[in-house]
Design a protein around this ligand. Structure first.
Ligand SMILES: Cc1cc2nc3c(=O)[nH]c(=O)nc-3n(C[C@H](O)[C@H](O)[C@H](O)COP(=O)(O)O)c2cc1C
Ligand SMILES: [Mn+2]
Length: 509
């Protein structure tokens, strides 16, 4: 990979989005930003508004500008929501693309890696204000209590937590929830096996505190990358740069030594210790359930807070259904990463990958393929189940033929019920990477071990030549009816149909 050349090319490219503010201006221009200037409380009110707003597909993102008790700070709830356009803008694409188009483009952009560019700390907009020592008070920034039984206010949800592997200096950027525990303390909960957990344990094994920073207001591209599973040995900054088409600008902190995003809104940094824990949680999670009871968890001892004037905190509501910020985000970002992983492994014939937002709470991956050889579908299923982009939690992996749109759950279920043979087409993987948040595994002590179900919903390849033909429209007749649609008295655009009868070598059985 010729990163050097790419960096030079990218440097000449005019970029239009560098910060959360730049992205918000574009979102505003397409009518998807709703500013709320009426006074609103952080205690359940903002999250309830967000839950109700999110019930409508494509609802706008919400910028709370008048937060009770917080004159200096705004809060953006559910930056992505259920908008393909807002994901497209975050990955530096024009709006108006389909789910599968955005997913494919992102999977291609994930192939590029551009290392971050280090700038002078004094030039970083996030260093407009720096509170250190006695001045550190994270409670002055708005943070929502989201659900009635939550253990506290969560300032970190749509965030990016920065850690470093002390053995090789690989910087990790991951999204992990952070609960306020005091003016200088936030909880640092991450699931077993997550990179920040592995990083902090390496510091502790050396007898040193783990340096950690958390970005609470950020360019949604960084949030998207932080919430996606990339290889454990490469920095997410490089993938963010690749998707951005130019390096992410960072500066080196004089407090923790970490590389921090220069254009962020708000960053806290400090240290985490193995023997310093506090009660964290419970938290209403992306599963639609409270994950685990509150328990002793490492925290961040905050040494410094950096922020722009009147910063915007980014927040993600975790919920059932459409109001879940992880829904469409993972629908696209996880699916794109699985697609990217399958490409890198050289698996042929992949036509589409999707993580249905309806299934985010437990995880589902659907892959459509053009079957080319014996065992192809089983191979795709096993790899999609266990590759880095797809392995965490995901319970169901379904492989369908290329005449089935993986983003259309109705089509996927039709393929499952007509092409799979339960006695032959289902495999179970046991003792797989899961999470304490899985409500189905009880007693909770048996978590985070999980299992996965693979469903081969493709036409049986052995008998594909004699598999019952689908009832498909004749293309010419479809086009004729489209042309007469209005004349026939129908309103609106005729429905889109993409599969047509080919008349090639069919056997009717
Ligand atoms: C909105 C949102 C909130 C998340 N919260 C957590 C969390 O609290 N703990 C956790 O372990 N993972 C959480 N995740 C999942 C991780 O961000 C994701 O698995 C990511 O790959 C972690 O980065 P890593 O692969 O570098 O460890 C969250 C994801 C999203 C999108
Ligand atoms: Mn990582």
């Amino acid at each position: 990979m010729d990163d050097g050349k790419r960096v030079i090319e990218a440097a000449g490219t005019e970029r239009s989005i560098k910060s959360l503010g730049d992205w918000l201006a574009k979102v505003d221009a397409i009518g998807e930003l709703k500013r709320i200037s009426a006074p609103v409380d952080t205690d359940l009110e903002m999250s309830t508004i967000t839950y109700m707003n999110g019930k409508t597909l494509g609802a706008p993102t919400l910028l709370f500008e008048n937060i009770k008790g917080h004159s200096g700070g705004r809060l953006l709830f559910n930056p992505f929501g259920t908008s393909l356009n807002r994901v497209a803008l975050a990955i530096r694409e024009e709006p108006g693309k389909s789910a599968i188009e955005v997913t494919r483009i992102l999977s291609q952009k994930m192939k590029k890696r551009i290392p971050p560019h280090i700038i002078d700390a004094g030039l970083a907009p996030v260093n407009q204000n720096i509170d250190a020592g006695d001045k550190v008070d994270v409670t002055k920034f708005p943070a929502p209590k989201m659900w009635p039984l939550d253990g506290g206010k969560y300032i970190g949800s749509a965030d990016a937590v920065i850690t470093v592997d002390p053995t090789n200096d690989r910087v990790n950027v991951g999204t992990y929830r952070q609960m306020i525990q005091g003016p200088k303390q936030v909880g640092f909960y991450a699931s077993p096996g997550k990179d920040a957990v592995l990083d902090r344990e390496l510091w502790w094994a050396q007898g040193k505190p783990a340096p950690v920073a958390a970005v609470y207001g950020l360019d949604p591209l960084l949030f998207l990358v932080a919430g996606t599973s990339f290889p454990k040995n490469v920095s997410e900054y490089e993938f963010a740069g690749g998707i951005n088409g130019a390096p992410i600008e960072v500066f080196e902190s004089d407090v923790t030594g970490l590389l921090l995003p220069a254009d962020a809104e708000l960053i806290i940094e400090g240290f985490s210790y193995p023997d310093k824990t506090a009660s964290e949680g419970p938290f209403g999670e992306f599963t639609g359930y409270y994950g685990r009871p509150g328990g002793a968890t490492p925290y961040i001892d905050i040494k410094c807070i950096r922020y722009r004037n009147n910063p915007i905190v980014t927040s993600a509501l975790m919920a059932d259904g459409l109001s879940n910020e992880a829904g469409y985000l993972w629908g696209i970002s996880r699916a794109a990463k699985v697609w990217n992983d399958l490409d890198v492994l050289g698996v042929p014939g992949v036509k589409g990958v999707w993580s249905p937002p309806e299934a985010t709470g437990g995880g589902m991956t659907v892959v459509s393929i053009e079957q080319r050889y014996a065992g192809h579908a089983a191979q795709v299923a096993a790899l999609a189940a266990q590759c880095m982009g797809g392995a965490y939690f995901t319970k169901y992996i379904v492989v369908v033929d290329d005449d089935v749109d993986p983003t259309n759950l109705g089509d996927v279920i039709w393929a499952m019920v007509t092409r799979s043979r339960p006695a032959q087409s289902i495999d179970i993987m046991r003792e797989t990477w899961s999470t304490y948040l899985d409500p189905s595994q009880n007693p909770p002590e048996i978590r985070p071990w999980g299992s996965k179900c693979i469903i081969n919903a493709c036409k049986e390849f052995k008998h594909i030549k004699v598999f019952s033909p689908r009832n498909l429209l004749k293309k010419e007749m479809y086009e004729q009816v489209c042309a007469r649609w209005r004349e026939l008295g129908f309103e609106g655009a005729p429905p889109k149909v993409t599969n047509f009868e080919s008349f090639a070598g069919k056997h009717i059985g």
